[in-house]
Write a protein that binds this ligand. Sequence first.
Ligand code: NAI
Length: 270
Amino acid sequence: MYNLLKGKKGIIFGALDENSIAWKVAERAHEEGAEFVLTNAPIAMRMGQIKELAAKTGSEIIPADATSMEDLTNLVEKSMEILGGKIDFVLHSIGMSVNVRKGRHYTDSKYDFTTKGWDVSAVSFHKVMNVLYNKQAMNEWGSIVALTYMAAQRVFPDYNDMADNKAYLESIARSFGYFFGRDHKVRVNTISQSPTPTTAGQGVKGFDGFISYAEKMSPLGNATALECADYTISLFSDLTKKVTLQNLFHDGGFSNMGVSDAVMEKFTEE
Ligand code: NAI
């Protein structure tokens, strides 16, 4: 461990269980000396094991539905009280599509579902930054990261409307990141992660095929949740102060591949 986040204070959204990417980020942030508040939707608190994570990392939990400005305002105010000052890092690790959950095909979306999923998965990032920005809750040289997937740029048919949500999320990172950088010297980036076996990941139809295809395509293999956490920590640290407005691929090289030998072999088998 490198003490990369010594003295830093943060808010971590989205740790549901030990497979969650946010769970690994919380564990790594704790190891690197950070103090933080854990948050998740009230319903997820009842289902999840977040209390265990809080005990392990000496953190407090504040429930917040990331689509509610009221909840987010309470979260940010209470976090500053608990942590005794402004925030240095924020992880947005939230995604949910009602169309996916209800098994609606992309070509037959139900638009109430589309709107809800878009609010949870994309607009919530705008709302989180709105509260942080207007409350002047971030320290200078702070860092905000959201997690995304490459279906924002390329077609993955079973990713459904999450592809559109991720494209919107990545755009918010750039648009809000400009103002956050200009006015508060805060950086905003998205990490585009490999398919990862979590609750949200496994909700995608055909996930097993998806993850093994990506594994075979990537020269370094798929990035794990723990590796994603390591990368996130680097973006929260002072070693990446001038990285902002970026969508950063953390995918073992997948995004720049055309075809790999391992995939070719599958198609040339007798
Ligand atoms: P996860 O299921 O462990 O985490 C998703 C989280 O979103 C859960 O903790 C859930 O409670 C939270 N959430 C849902 N609705 C919410 C709301 N209204 N308010 C607050 N929180 C809410 O799954 P995972 O994979 O760790 O997901 C984290 C992020 O990583 C998501 O943005 C996901 O799209 C992204 N990602 C995941 C990949 C994968 O294959 N698992 C690949 C690339 C990106």
